[in-house]
Write a protein that binds this ligand. Structure first.
Ligand SMILES: *Cc1c(COP(=O)(O)O)cnc(C)c1O
Length: 373
């Protein structure tokens, strides 16, 4: 048997992630691998940390790139902060809120679930009521940008509520980081995780996370040992900490971190506010074009994510056939519906490098063609 090298086609990725990775980031990825404890590499890691602090808008000392995908970032936040028996208020308005509940219950903690309709923002009043009903709740967890439905929640208002009840916040920013306004310090977020393959337009497999000093204190004052050795951030803190000596914890994904470093420089050069504005502008052009095609959004206008456009599949269109047609004829990938929206929705991503007019124009004309077929 012989095997050939794998040569994927050049797709245009307009789904829920991964998003298109720029040539500049891909080229960083292919630079020579060096040791992960090489002083030059450690310098670069320090820059990654500083650039992540910029992206998150935080001064949190504990801001790192976890060597695993966004789901591991989620798990890291929960297993480090939450202990068995703790009460956690979890907002569920899509697939990722559901996963948060799973994380809480596996720890042996109690999840107080606040349900909001799929395709809508988390309902603030319901969260306020849950906080009133459960004064002993220690954490409030929610998804800022629900990629499964395309809805954004008011993270700032939710954090304010949590603070009024002396609850720490755990926030999923996998799809929001770099794509919409996100201000960790100003809003008072305590633990946050993201992913590299959405609006950062980097390769998948890394999860930027950041803990506030208060969150770090909670982690350091736990009564019980953190159940996961790999995700135990008290061990990783030494690996990523300050200028001093690094101790070996695990081997960092060296080349992927080159890529993240490059992607973060690009975000820094563009400027966060400009990146947010670009996502918004491209979304508006796309929304206008979709309207002309008679396609309806799932999420009401003021709760829509610019980077993830969830739309109803038009009557008479075959979900899989259309998506396959786009892939075959245009090398264009859009996302299928997830969870409650499986078979009912498409998800068009305008993430990071992919949020540009060429992509919007291509997507609209390809979709029009596919629907005519
Ligand atoms: C993609 C995503 C995740 C999971 O990230 P992975 O890198 O796929 O593990 C978590 N939360 C949200 C909101 C996401 O969009």
């Amino acid at each position: 048997m012989t095997f050939k090298s794998f040569n994927p086609p050049q797709r245009i990725l307009m789904g829920p992630g991964p998003s298109d990775v720029s040539a500049r980031v891909l080229s960083a990825l292919s630079r020579p691998t060096i040791g992960h404890l090489d002083p030059l590499f450690i310098n670069m890691m320090d820059e990654v940390k500083t650039l992540l602090q910029y992206a998150f808008q935080t001064k949190n000392e504990f801001t790192i790139a976890l060597s695993a995908p966004g789901s591991a970032g989620m798990e890291a936040c929960f297993v480090n902060l939450v202990e068995a028996g703790d009460k956690v208020i979890v907002c569920r308005n899509g697939v990722f809120g559901e996963r948060m509940i799973e994380n809480v219950t596996r720890i042996g903690a109690e999840a107080i679930v606040v349900d909001s309709p799929w395709g809508r923002a988390v309902e603030i009043d319901k969260v306020a009521a849950a906080l009133n009903d459960h004064p002993d709740a220690k954490f409030l967890a929610f998804v800022h940008a629900e990629t499964s439905t395309g809805a954004v929640s008011d993270a700032q208002a939710l954090c304010k509520l949590a603070q009024e009840h002396e609850c720490l916040t755990i926030v999923d920013a996998v799809t929001s980081l770099g794509g919409i306004e996100l201000k960790v310090d100003e809003w008072g977020i305590d633990a946050i995780y993201s992913g590299t393959q959405k609006c950062m337009s980097c390769v998948p497999g890394i999860s930027p996370i950041s803990f506030s000093p208060k969150a770090v204190e909670v982690v350091q004052n736990r009564k019980t040992k953190i159940q996961s050795w790999f995700l135990d951030q008290t061990l990783v803190m030494g690996y990523w900490s300050g200028k001093g000596k690094r101790s070996y914890h695990h081997t960092a994904p060296v080349n992927s971190l080159y890529a993240l470093h490059e992607a973060l420089i690009m975000l820094h050069d563009e400027g966060l506010e400009n990146s947010w504005a670009r996502h918004r502008e491209q979304h508006e052009v796309l929304a206008k074009g979709l309207k002309e095609l008679g396609i309806e959004f799932i999420v009401p206008k003021e709760e829509r994510l610019p980077q993830l456009n969830a739309i109803y599949i038009p009557d008479g269109a075959d979900d899989a056939k259309v998506r396959n047609y786009l892939l075959e004829h245009y090398n264009l990938e859009i996302g299928a519906g997830l969870g409650a929206f499986a078979g009912k929705a498409w998800r068009i991503g305008l993430m990071g490098h992919g949020a540009k007019s060429e992509n919007v124009a291509l997507c609209l004309s390809a979709l029009k063609d596919a629907l005519n077929q």
